[in-house]
Design a protein around this ligand. Sequence first.
Ligand SMILES: Cc1cc2nc3c(=O)[nH]c(=O)nc-3n(C[C@H](O)[C@H](O)[C@H](O)COP(=O)(O)OP(=O)(O)OC[C@H]3O[C@@H](n4cnc5c(N)ncnc54)[C@H](O)[C@@H]3O)c2cc1C
Length: 450
Amino acid sequence: MKKFDVVVVGAGTGGCLAAKTVAEAGFDVCLMDRKREQDIGDKICGDAIGKHHFDTLGLEYPTGKELERKIVGVKIYSPDMETAIDVKGEGLHGYLVNRRLFGQRLLKKAIKAGATFLESTQAVEPVIKDHFVNGVLARNMETGNKVSVFGQVTVDASGFSAVLQKKLPPEIGVDANVSREDVAICYREIREVKEQIAEPDFCEIYLNQKLAPGGYFWIFPESGTKVNVGLGVAMSKGFPNPKNRLYDNVLSIPFFKGSSTISGGGGHVPTRRPIDCMVGNGILIVGDAACQVNPIHGGGMGPSMMAGTIAGEVIIKALETGNVDRENMWSYNVRYMQSYGAKQAGLDVFRLLLQRLSDEDLNYGMRYRLITEDDLLNTSMGEDTRLNITEKTRRIFRGVGKLSLLKQLRATVHLMKKMKTLYQNYPVSPEGFEEWKKKMQDLIEEAENL
Ligand SMILES: Cc1cc2nc3c(=O)[nH]c(=O)nc-3n(C[C@H](O)[C@H](O)[C@H](O)COP(=O)(O)OP(=O)(O)OC[C@H]3O[C@@H](n4cnc5c(N)ncnc54)[C@H](O)[C@@H]3O)c2cc1C
């Protein structure tokens, strides 16, 4: 039996930041992961992260071997490959990182701040007493021995597996209901190609509903002639196998002729708004376990680190006041929802539209720039989306019988704004939660039926 102030499950991007923040304030923190120490950070990922996240968090930019490549923007291709939209600008400057080395840096920060790291230690279930989470029951992956690790506050930062979140009884107060359709299943490889990608400071995203229904495929440049290539699909009924789709349709193009696999594997991304309530008595949920991911491109490293930091700050205050109940830690919900959560929620409405559009609609929408490059950049930075619908586009769309697409897009943008506002006004205490949730569910239903 071990006792700490705080137990953090999962030493990914979110968990490391949460552990570091609390440990820096002098509290006794246990950070556990089922992986061995040297494997922390080694995760199937697109490896792309915006520079602005480092600025917001006060983290040093990646350098040396951790930095694979600097990125200036994203190139988005239409399904017919006739249109390529370059979204670039300060807001999209970023990095392709060596995921393992980046993860190792974050882990070292948590340990240096004073956190005790337990490697090869798998959390099995939460320990619950008197309607509070008190820690976790864990298993040593090497010996098989089980141990209870107690903490006044527990953080579930176990990524998509959400090992604790999924096992919490309702009286704890966390509220999550994630449907399969809101999750993308992906397959990704790091490959050595014969010649460098044409524009190596751009990440390439390819929209194609036939090949990647509800998702996309990507080619991201790493150092030298290495690329990060993958394909993700929404887990809707009868979804195709993303690995087969990648091999049959992407790795078969001439660019990959003679290329070789360095590593590969699959993973899940919860591409939706955050779970409705991310805090309960004695517990907070951080990162993928709370669906803190950009619903459009699936980036979750930045938001998970932001959430880990906010969670840490809220825990410090709760421990100082000696009250770790749901109400006293509620500000974690409010602070996250008002910042990144609101942006996620707006984009989730857009995602629901994008996933329903046919390739033909996407081709038209992109060809006629219904949203301009500048407005895409602004949208990606969390500003309201502006449409570029002129009299000329209206005439063209009427001519090809696609006026309804413009209407749908207009209604979506309106709903995105409403959704964002609702999250910016997340209830300041648990009392307003049920009413807020009802409004949110109504808006999502509207978005699903547009
Ligand atoms: C194919 C793919 C591409 C992606 N591309 C990008 C991208 O380009 N940019 C980006 O920002 N994001 C990307 N993401 C998303 C990003 O990887 C995640 O959002 C981010 O890693 C979330 O961090 P986290 O800390 O919540 O979880 P993770 O980083 O997944 O960390 C969770 C940790 O918990 C540990 N763990 C799990 N279960 C247990 C348990 N029972 N007990 C103990 N430990 C446990 C795991 O070993 C892991 O170390 C991608 C994801 C996928 C799958």
